[in-house]
Ligand binder design. Structure first.
Ligand SMILES: [Zn+2]
Length: 194
């Protein structure tokens, strides 16, 4: 493979990343040429190692390099915070006083995309309720997030678990840049019973 092909391939790889168009991908590729060889090797190695080593926690579904994540391993709490994706945990952990256990659904219920309750990790949540006093549902306040939250609330309430929802219309996850720590902390503090 000649140099041009390598560059084209690298540009193609960068353009796979969110928010990176052709122009930016080209800029990144040319920047790689200017980096030290060690840095480029570290970059390549980190990409592969991350993909190979990171798996999902057997209990909560968070990212981890072990079978059980650090939060499940070390934290004592009787509150489970339910989120759509692992990256939402990072967001909530930044809020003040966050000391919850988590449960990652790995998706939301979406009739439009033909995704039902059995396609996301709801069953796994039901098996974790022993000793839990409250479940905070922190899915995004979009249609799918609300449908999912209502579905879970209906399932849990008859089981005697308090179910709450974030107070304000905060987008976590991909829209986290709009939800600063203070706002997220407030939304958690002011959570409402469903
Ligand atoms: Zn875990």
């Amino acid at each position: 493979m000649n140099t041009i092909d390598s560059m084209e391939r690298l540009i193609y790889c960068f353009s796979k990343l969110p928010g990176v168009g052709r122009k930016t991908a080209e800029r990144y590729a040319y920047r790689v040429l200017e980096l030290d060889k060690e840095d480029v090797e570290l970059f390549a190695k980190s990409l592969i190692e991350t993909k190979n080593n990171i798996k999902f926690c057997e209990i909560c579904g968070n990212f981890t390099e072990k079978n059980i994540c650090d939060i499940c391993q070390n934290r004592k709490s009787d509150i489970i915070c339910v989120v759509k994706e692992p990256k939402d945990i990072i967001a909530i952990e930044k809020s003040k006083g966050a000391n919850y256990l988590y449960h990652v659904l790995h998706g939301t219920i979406s009739p439009m995309e033909n995704r039902g309750p059995n396609d996301i990790h709801i069953k796994e949540l039901l098996s974790r309720l022993n000793g839990i006093s409250e479940v905070i549902i922190a899915t995004n306040p979009d249609v799918e997030g609300e449908v999912t939250a209502n579905y879970i609330a209906k399932l849990l309430k008859p089981l005697g678990v308090k179910v709450t929802r974030l107070a304000t219309g905060i987008q976590i996850g991909s829209d986290l840049q709009y939800a600063d720590e203070v706002t997220l902390t407030k939304a958690l503090e002011d959570r409402k019973e469903m």
